[in-house]
Design a protein around this ligand. Structure first.
Ligand code: SAM
Length: 173
């Protein structure tokens, strides 16, 4: 049996699902995550690799160290839904999840990630206006945004005046 104090003010390195499954219900106020986007599972206009961006020697050019980012899509969506379910269970009654993802077009079809977030109480979609981008392809405008799903428990409220930030946030990676 684990207690909230087993997790507070600690950085726990591990598989997110196994770690979250040990956490009691409602023990954190906020979950913020940028999960792997499964972008190596791409037909061409996504990135095959090269996630080091403009730093040619970046370690990420070779992908993540423990994850190949290339799952069959159904399996990936199921995994992400399991992650969201655990996050939702461990946030408090006034807690929230900030779930960052990327919309993309594959074979002419928009993947708006609805298959991942459907059924979760989405309060708002925030646009993250990123600096730069990583697809230098003459056939496409440079991607400069991602989305952040704010998924909230019913009692979630912003801090006073925080709503002035608006729903387009510009910040560096
Ligand atoms: C899009 S990146 C986010 C990076 C992070 N936001 C940062 O700024 O460093 C996704 C991260 O999830 C990690 N990851 C992949 N599978 C995981 C798992 N099962 N449990 C926890 N983390 C995982 C990857 O190694 C990668 O670092």
């Amino acid at each position: 049996m684990k207690f909230p104090n087993d997790f507070i003010n600690k950085i726990l390195c591990g598989d997110c699902l196994s770690v979250m499954r040990q956490m009691p219900d409602g023990c954190v106020d906020l979950a913020a995550t940028s999960p792997p986007y499964n972008l190596k599972n791409s037909t061409g206009n996504g990135m095959k690799d090269g996630r080091g961006g403009k730093w040619k020697n970046a370690a990420l050019v070779n992908g993540y160290s423990h994850h190949n980012d290339n799952m069959p899509h159904e399996e990936y969506a199921k995994w992400q839904r399991e992650c969201l379910s655990e996050m939702y269970r461990i946030i408090s009654p006034n807690g929230a999840i900030f779930y960052n993802h990327k919309w993309r077009v594959q074979d002419g079809v928009l993947q708006d990630r609805q298959d991942i977030v459907a059924g979760f109480p989405i309060r708002q979609i925030i646009i993250w206006r990123r600096k730069g981008g990583i697809n230098f392809n003459p056939g496409y405008f440079l991607p400069t945004y991602e989305v952040i799903y704010l998924i909230a428990k019913p009692d979630f409220q912003l801090a006073p005046k925080a709503n002035r930030h608006g729903d387009v946030w510009e910040f560096v990676h």
